[in-house]
Design a protein around this ligand. Structure first.
Ligand SMILES: NC(=O)c1ccc[n+]([C@@H]2O[C@H](COP(=O)([O-])OP(=O)(O)OC[C@H]3O[C@@H](n4cnc5c(N)ncnc54)[C@H](OP(=O)(O)O)[C@@H]3O)[C@@H](O)[C@H]2O)c1
Length: 265
């Protein structure tokens, strides 16, 4: 199989020129920051999340900056909506070159032992089944067009690498995302599809508002991080650009931890 990526000339372009990148959970937070970074790196982006208005706002901003952005409402826990997402993306932009699985939920904050069934089901539906259904639809799409390469980036969390007090079911799904990343990387490598994960620490978004806005909970994270602070979404986005690009042509099965050092503390 032909390889693409850095050459012996020493020139390394972390570029997404001519690539179509599909990002879930792109209406705000880390997903929106990734969409901005991908557009700046030359990609056309497909933006997906449940609610159209938030997507439209991000798409309008990206188009204003000269980018191409296609906002499509899709609940990633619903496989029929995922099929429709890929059909529309293909009809309007021709293909999807790279997938970023970023949309996740965390509806329950409390001891793992008390997790309500409904919260368990919802978290698994979006964070786990949603990621796998998206990967399945993406690989079907690659096979239909005989693509010889591809990239999946799964957004995991440090909550999947360590104990996740009060966020147990969320942490369990994120640990499973790391496992899914490794197995998909193993099984899809011979098809030229790379699969990697990003594990952020605490990032200031709506998702993490309960932690960021609570002084003692924020301290728990920030005190243990050698960099002494939480992150902004933009500080996570660069990794999605790199891992989706040909500059990462030999990187697969990897989980890139971006946590200000939290997990080494
Ligand atoms: N913030 C942190 O501290 C932190 C730390 C580690 C990992 N992460 C991970 O980073 C990722 C992004 O989180 P964030 O902090 O940026 O959260 P956020 O600001 O709350 O954004 C979540 C995004 O996911 C979308 N979404 C939620 N449920 C969905 C569903 N069922 N189908 C499709 N889209 C859905 C939301 O849009 P709609 O409401 O329109 O659906 C929104 O665009 C998640 O995987 C999260 O686990 C976050």
């Amino acid at each position: 199989m032909a390889t693409s990526g850095p050459t012996a000339s020493g020139r390394i372009d972390i570029s997404l020129a001519d690539k179509v990148v599909l990002i879930t959970g792109a209406s705000r937070g880390i997903g929106a920051a990734m969409a901005r970074a991908c557009v700046h790196a030359g990609a056309k982006v497909v933006l997906a999340s449940r609610k159209q208005p938030g997507l439209d706002e991000v798409a309008e901003e990206l188009r204003g900056a000269g980018g191409t952005a296609l906002p499509i409402a899709c609940h990633t826990g619903k496989p029929e909506q995922i099929d429709e997402l890929f059909a529309r993306a293909t009809a309007e932009l021709g293909r999807v070159d790279a997938l970023v699985n970023n949309a996740a939920t965390n509806p329950y904050f409390g001891p793992l032992i008390d997790t309500p069934d409904a919260a368990f089901d919802k978290t698994v539906e979006v964070n786990l089944k949603g990621y796998l259904s998206m990967a399945q639809a993406y690989v079907r799409h690659l096979r239909e067009r005989d693509a010889t390469s591809g990239s999946i980036v799964n957004v995991a969390s440090v909550a999947g690498l360590r104990a996740a007090p009060m966020q147990g079911i969320y942490g369990m799904t994120k640990a499973a995302v790391v496992s899914m990343t490794q197995t998909l990387a193993f099984e899809l490598g011979s098809s030229g599809v790379r699969v990697n994960a990003i594990a952020p620490g605490l990032v200031e978004t709506r998702f993490a508002a309960t932690l960021v806005n609570n002084p003692s909970l924020r301290e728990h994270f920030v005190k243990r991080a050698p960099l002494g602070r939480h992150a902004q979404p933009e500080e996570i986005a660069a990794a999605a650009v790199y891992l989706s690009s040909d500059a990462a042509s030999y990187v697969t099965g990897h989980t890139m931890v971006i946590d200000g050092g939290f997990t080494i503390g």
